[in-house]
Design a protein. Sequence first.
Length: 174
Amino acid sequence: MVKTWFNQPARKERRRNARKLKAQRVAPRPACGPLRPIVNCPTLRYNMKVRMGRGFTLQEIRAAGFTPKFARTIGISVDHRRRNPTVEGLQRNVARLRAYKSRLILFPRNPAKLQPLEAKADEVKKATQLKGPILPVTQRCQHVKAHKPTQKELKYSAFHAIRQHRAKARLYGK
């Protein structure tokens, strides 16, 4: 049996049309789905990069002033299993949630009686659907100016330092 790919352009068109239909269906919500947290990639190879995670922790949601149940209704993904190993990560995601909250236009259920966070009629008219990602992730890049290496830098061995660190961790308390 020979597998052919003659339907590839048609499949591409179908996927594109499906994306458009989904965007129309969820409008005026963002087309790309709910807001996701920024997480650090695991392993030694990728740990200098950040990416979007599955959902915000309950601690991050509460620190930003939401309840988990309400957060899900306004387009924030929640992952009850995730934990916050670092304070920096927690603060970064809380700041992300607050930025989202400041830009959010929440349509009122009852225009005559507005709840907190709900937008006024003129703000609702100005609302448009966001096509791209919500608050896109940017990599933390540290630009270091070129300089002549010092004697201390030339003498430093990263491999030796890592080996020493691992040995200290292994022999801790012995």
